[in-house]
Design a protein around this ligand. Structure first.
Ligand SMILES: *Cc1c(COP(=O)(O)O)cnc(C)c1O
Length: 382
């Protein structure tokens, strides 16, 4: 694993691109063969690093990439000339023309967007590809499902807008299968009301990682939009998707700054929220919320030192986090500590760490800051 800086590291993430590639193959293998794979790489590929992640997913054979915004799309375009890119978020009016410049596929939810993109296409002299998004109960982007026909007709009537896909997004795929089924019904019924729609010619998609649990082979769906699962993280505990056997791509590590013994009764860190009950050996780790250990992990999370779980004592601070290493012999300055990942026989999953920081894996990954170098492993270990 290369470390581009000459300096020793005090907090870093390790990204295993070989595992990422294998995850894509495992997810594909778990799906009907006609399903196309839309790799969702928004937010710097969920904190894993867009250029490295996307290049590997291209190599692994993703069919289409999805990003949130223009800056991400532009960065991706540099890596993959010609690769299809879907913008998931709406364009701002002063961004419209870049859709043509970067050859992107836009998501449309409103008549206004159809009109604007038609103008962009006319100026560019070629049609702009769009995916029509249908709001089946997420209450965010998309045309409200009962109004789909009207927007569909407007797209058909716009000579410089070309329909390339139709999709929806689930609000509760991880905990409400009944509502997810209702969203699928609304989606299919909206499509059925669009005359002349040739679904086999389009990308037809609804499922994110959690959606896969209730995806049925029958039906017009022919693509899935995968974010979290390709990084080896399950959308919920006890997920049926354990069967896919995707493995974590990301680990998050830091080191021991100093070790010292403190008497019982000493309060630890800002606000004195933890008081030692016994004489305690603490290790002050060289990472804090300035690196992406959420402050909500204070007094709750555990971090691996010497392969053992060590409770976080007191508040996480910007640059340091304090753990109890009393029961671990021989801990010394410079030792590695694992916030997320494996060490010896110990393992702290991203799900566990997120739970003990009062958040979800998606947010934990997005919270790892710029200060944290990402080291890339490119080949599978033996
Ligand atoms: C982020 C996103 C996804 C990917 O979701 P995961 O749960 O990470 O798989 C899919 N679709 C849309 C519209 C998204 O915004």
């Amino acid at each position: 694993m290369q470390n581009l800086s000459r300096l020793p590291l005090r907090c870093w993430a390790e990204i295993d691109l070989a595992v990422l590639e294998r995850n894509l193959h495992l997810i594909r293998a778990s799906l009907p063969p006609h399903m196309r794979y839309v790799a969702v790489v928004k937010a710097d590929a969920y904190g894993h690093g867009l250029p490295q992640t996307a290049a590997r997913l291209m190599h692994a054979g993703a069919d289409l990439f999805a990003v949130a915004n223009l800056a991400e799309a532009a960065a991706l375009r540099e890596i993959g000339p010609g690769w299809p890119i879907l913008l998931l978020s709406p364009l701002l009016p002063d961004e419209d023309r870049y859709v043509a410049e970067y050859d992107l596929t836009a998501t449309v939810s409103t008549s206004d967007e159809v009109r604007r993109l038609d103008t962009v296409g006319r100026t560019a002299g070629r049609p702009i590809q769009v995916h029509l998004k249908i709001d089946t109960g997420m209450g965010r982007l998309g045309v409200w499902h009962e109004e789909t026909e009207k927007l569909y007709a407007e797209i058909l009537a716009a000579p410089f807008v070309k329909l390339a896909g139709v999709f929806t997004h689930f609000s509760s795929p991880d905990d409400d299968p009944a509502f997810t089924a209702e969203q699928r019904r609304r989606f299919l019924s909206a499509l059925a009301r669009c005359p002349g729609l040739e679904l086999s010619q389009l990308f037809v998609h609804a499922d994110n990682s959690a959606g896969l649990e209730t995806l049925e082979a029958a039906g017009p769906f022919n693509a899935v939009r995968i974010g979290l699962l390709q990084f080896g993280i399950l959308p919920r505990r006890e997920s049926l998707l354990t069967q896919v056997r995707a493995e974590p791509v990301f680990s998050f590590k830091t080191r021991v700054g100093i070790v010292k013994k403190l008497p019982a009764g000493t309060a630890i860190s800002y606000g004195r929220t933890h008081t030692l009950k016994r004489e305690t050996t603490i290790a002050v780790l060289t990472a804090g919320y300035g690196d992406g250990i959420p402050r909500a992990a204070s007094n709750r999370a555990q971090i691996l030192v010497g392969g053992s779980r060590c409770p976080v004592l007191g508040r996480v601070t910007m640059d340091q986090t304090i753990v109890d290493v009393t029961d671990i012999p021989g801990v010394a300055s410079g030792d590695e500590a694992v916030i997320v990942g494996r060490q010896g026989d110990g393992e702290i999953s991203l799900a566990e760490f997120s739970h003990s920081s009062d958040t979800i894996p998606w947010e934990t990954l997005c919270s790892v800051t710029k200060r944290v170098p990402r080291l890339y492993k490119t080949q599978l270990g033996l």
